[in-house]
Write a protein that binds this ligand. Structure first.
Ligand code: NCD
Length: 304
């Protein structure tokens, strides 16, 4: 893969995805062999929005490759508070780091930032836009548990504002996947994503109830209602608490159903699901490390 920046899942061909996942599997099989591969490399972490998994797993991934990270820290402690622009911030960090991981509340921020710097910019979430590196670890988890071809997947919850959904749905068009989207009408896929799926010839169906399709699914990908993106708190309250699952609900599912969630969960998946064979969301979160190690190796190493 030779990409300067990773902004959207639409950039990823099937070959790119498979190259990252194969390398991640190699890393998973023998982490020791990769321990010093990028000694001297510095990764810049610029998070303008809260993050636990994405920030910590990129940090871990860089360090496990032998490199280091410089973290901008909380926005309140930076010069952004003094009015510094995003463009100036990334132009400065470019001088400190070999690549920049950027999360920002505004859609399009990563693309804009990438136009100001020469080091690779990795989009770690831009508002309700895209989250392509989450997609790579999602695909890794799907490949390990259900396989990526002849796949029937249900994607449920906040399809409108959920950036992990937008990236995953677009990346799945590279594979033989039937995609079922389950949400309240007010949180259906945005028109632009729907257009892209249609243009790619994706097999897509939309539902308002999970039980219309649950028994057919190989994977159920549950998402959080993105409260912080709602312009009106009343609109959030109308849909909050809908589309929750518990262990009982899954009694009609296939034995082999894999339940995933990008996390954090609020109340979408009851704790009693955690003890079932279906629950793979913590495994999914752990897969972030080998997958982000593979991605960093390929973006920064640039060896093939
Ligand atoms: C997601 C995000 O930030 O988009 N979290 C993550 O990176 N794993 C999902 C979410 O916040 O609901």
């Amino acid at each position: 893969m030779r990409q300067d920046h990773l902004i959207s899942a639409a950039q990823l061909s099937r070959t790119d995805v498979e190259a990252v996942l194969d390398r991640a599997a190699d890393i998973d099989a023998d982490r020791e062999a990769w321990r010093r591969r990028h000694a001297g490399t510095v990764l810049g972490l610029c998070f303008f929005e809260p993050s636990t998994r994405t920030r910590m797993s990129f940090d871990t991934a860089m360090k496990r490759l032998g490199g280091r990270t410089v973290d901008m820290g909380p926005v309140d402690s930076t010069s952004v508070k003094k009015g510094e622009s995003l463009a100036d911030t990334v132009r400065v960090v470019e001088g400190y780091a070999d690549a920049i991981v950027l999360r920002h509340p505004l859609e399009g921020a990563a693309k804009m930032a990438s136009e100001f710097v020469d080091v690779p910019v990795i989009n770690a979430g831009d508002g309700a836009g895209q989250h392509p590196t989450q997609t790579l670890l999602d695909l890794y988890t799907i490949r390990e548990n259900a396989g990526l071809d002849d796949l029937t997947i249900g994607i449920m919850g906040d399809l409108k504002y959920g950036r992990t959904v937008h990236s995953l749905a677009e990346a799945l068009t590279n594979f033989d996947a039937r995609q079922h989207f389950i949400s309240p009408e007010s949180l259906q896929l945005p028109r632009s994503v729907r257009y892209d799926l249609h243009a790619a010839g994706a097999q897509v169906r939309e539902h308002t109830a999970l039980d219309e399709v649950l028994s057919e699914l190989d994977v159920l990908y549950v998402t959080r209602i993105q409260r912080e993106r709602f312009p009106d708190e009343n609109e959030y309250r109308k849909v909050a608490g809908q589309y929750q699952i518990d262990a009982d609900d899954l009694s009609v599912a296939k034995d082999s159903l894999t339940v995933m969630h990008p996390l954090p969960r609020v109340d979408e998946i009851a704790p009693d699901v955690d003890d079932t064979r279906h629950a793979k969301y913590f495994e999914q979160a752990h897969n972030a490390v080998p997958v982000r190690m593979a991605l960093l190796d390929m973006l920064i190493g640039g060896d093939d």
